[in-house]
Write a protein that binds this ligand. Structure first.
Ligand code: AMP
Length: 220
C-alpha cells in the first residue's frame, strides 16, 4: 500500500505517519529526515540540500526525486511505503505517478492533515525532536512533552530544536511555499477519490494520535 501524508509543517504528519507505520509495518519515508541525516553526516547530498533547507526553501527536484526513487526501489518499500514530505509540488506528484506506473504501482491513499495557522506556528516553535537517527521521536513542549525535561522518553537522547524551526522567517517561508506549491495537490488527489482530509487541532481537541488510530482501524 502506498500512502502519502500531506499537511503543512507542524500539523503532525510525521507523528501520524509514525503511528500508522508502527501499527501496520509499512515503512515511513520522511524526506526531511533523510535530508537532515545527510546534513548531519555532511554527505554531498546533505551539503547540497542544506543550502535550501536552512532558508526554508524546497530542495530542487533533481536532488529530491532520485533520492526518493532510490528508496522506492529498495527493500524498505517491499510492503509499500508511507511518504511523509513527498510529493510537495505538482511536478513531484506527476513524477511520482510516472515512477509508480512504470513499476505497476499506484498511490492508494492520501492523508491530508489541516490545522489553523496560529496553532501551526505555535506548534512549530514548541516542537522538539530526538536527533537519534533510529528514533526521531517528535515532542511538543506544550501538547506532548517528554517525561524528563529535554530528554527523549524512548531512547534517552537529549532533544533538540530543528534549525529551521527556530527562525520565524524560515517558518513563514515554509508555510508560504506550502500554500502556493503543496496545497494544490489536495485538488489533484481529491479528483481521484483517494484523499482523506482530517483536522488536527486542540481547538476541537483532536490530536494526531486519535486521527492515526481511526485511520489504522479503517485500513484493517
Ligand atoms: P520537513 O521535515 O518535511 O519539514 O522537511 C524539511 C525541509 O526539507 C523542507 O523545508 C524542504 O527544504 C526539504 N524537503 C523535504 N521534502 C522535500 C521535497 N519533497 N521536496 C523539496 N524539498 C523537500
Amino acid at each position: 500500500m502506498i500512502i502519502i501524508m500531506m499537511g503543512a509543517q507542524g500539523t503532525g504528519k510525521g507523528t501520524v505517519a509514525g503511528i500508522i507505520s508502527e501499527s501496520t509495518g509499512i515503512k515511513q519515508l520522511s524526506t526531511g529526515d533523510v535530508f537532515r541525516k545527510n546534513i548531519k553526516e555532511q554527505t554531498p547530498l546533505g551539503i547540497e540540500a542544506n543550502k535550501y533547507i536552512a532558508k526554508g526553501e524546497l530542495v530542487p527536484d533533481d536532488v529530491t526525486v532520485p533520492m526518493v526513487v532510490g528508496y522506492l526501489d529498495s527493500d524498505m518499500a517491499k510492503d509499500g511505503i508511507i511518504l511523509d514530505g513527498f510529493p510537495r509540488t505538482l511536478e513531484q506528484a506527476e513524477k511520482l505517478d510516472e515512477i509508480l506506473t512504470e513499476r505497476g504501482k499506484k498511490v492508494d491513499l492520501v492523508i491530508n492533515l489541516t490545522t489553523p495557522r496560529e496553532e501551526i506556528i505555535d506548534r512549530i516553535l514548541t516542537r522538539r525532536v530526538c536527533p537519534n537517527p533510529s528514533c526521531k521521536t517528535t515532542y511538543n513542549l506544550k501538547l506532548n512533552p517528554p517525561k524528563v525535561d529535554g530528554i527523549c522518553d524512548k531512547c534517552g537522547t537529549e532533544l533538540v530544536q530543528r534549525e529551521d524551526d527556530s527562525s520565524a522567517e524560515a517558518i513563514n517561508q515554509r508555510l508560504e511555499i506550502y500554500e502556493n506549491k503543496t496545497a494544490p495537490l489536495v485538488e489533484y488527489y481529491a479528483k481521484r477519490g483517494i484523499l482523506r482530509t482530517e483536522e488536527v487541532s486542540s481547538r476541537i481537541n483532536r490530536m494526531g494520535k486519535e486521527v492515526a488510530e481511526e485511520i489504522i482501524k479503517d485500513l484493517k
